[in-house]
Design a protein around this ligand. Structure first.
Ligand SMILES: [Zn+2]
Length: 242
């Protein structure tokens, strides 16, 4: 992946944790992309909450809290760098899929959205509400995109049919069939293929120029093994030195 995202973000701390600590006012803290939920207080503290009062009570959504744990497990299994790169892409792809196309004949999603409110009872904006409501699917898609398996299957078969089938098998978007090349997942996968051709043609030094830190492997501490999962080889980046 040629576009490593910022590894740390600044966001307000959970307002209920701050209050419980006896602190008055606003506390901003450095955090990582996966800290979207305060499990203790069942509060969404992630994307879409620039102010503490924007943090949304998610006690009605236990699946979102479970997805938060799933997200942390993915980082342990696949490596933080791969998961943090895949998460915003997965979020954009999934929200793009459901925008204007989500079947909600009984109004369940609309009801859930209206109950996702901040401190003053103000509903979260629609993008934030959907990001919270569909956090389980977004995290599952993150695991799929961050995994080396889809890359290996795609290189083996020459197409992304395995990746498309897994979207349904993993209950991310049941019955998903891309209808056009403008489908966000198709565009995402094609971008990986074009990156591969580009790198193969122009040589690995261009990649070094884009991501200089990735060309230098950190030395393992004496007596320890290097963290191999952070440095796996991607078939879409010839000569890369992960
Ligand atoms: Zn809290």
């Amino acid at each position: 992946m040629a576009d490593d995202r910022p590894r740390k973000l600044q966001r307000p701390a959970c307002r209920r944790c701050v209050h419980a600590a006896g602190i008055e006012g606003f506390v901003n803290c450095w955090t990582t992309h996966d800290r979207n939920v305060c499990l203790r207080h069942q509060l969404w503290i992630g994307q879409g909450c620039p102010q503490p009062d924007d943090q949304v009570d998610i006690s009605i959504l236990p699946s979102t809290s479970r997805a938060h744990r799933h997200h942390r497990n993915l980082i342990s299994r696949l490596g933080r760098r791969w998961v943090s790169n895949a998460f915003p892409d997965a979020r954009n792809i999934f929200l793009s899929w459901i925008t204007g196309h989500s079947a909600d004949p009984f109004g369940d999603q609309a009801t859930a959205r209206s109950r996702l409110v901040g401190e003053a009872g103000r509903p979260a904006d629609s993008q934030t509400a959907d990001g919270i409501l569909f956090h389980p699917q977004i995290v599952s898609l993150t695991g799929l995109l961050a995994s080396p398996i889809w890359e290996a299957k795609t290189v083996q078969s020459g197409d992304i049919s395995w990746l498309v089938r897994e979207i349904t098998y993993r209950d991310i978007l049941v019955g998903y069939v891309p209808e056009a090349r403008t489908d966000p997942l198709i565009e995402w996968a094609e971008q990986r293929f074009s990156t591969r051709r580009f790198i193969a043609h122009r040589g690995w030094r261009l990649y070094e120029a884009f991501c200089p830190e990735e060309t230098v492997l950190p030395l393992p501490a004496p007596g320890t093994k290097p963290a191999l999962r952070q440095h796996r080889v991607s078939p879409f980046l010839s000569h890369s030195v992960y």
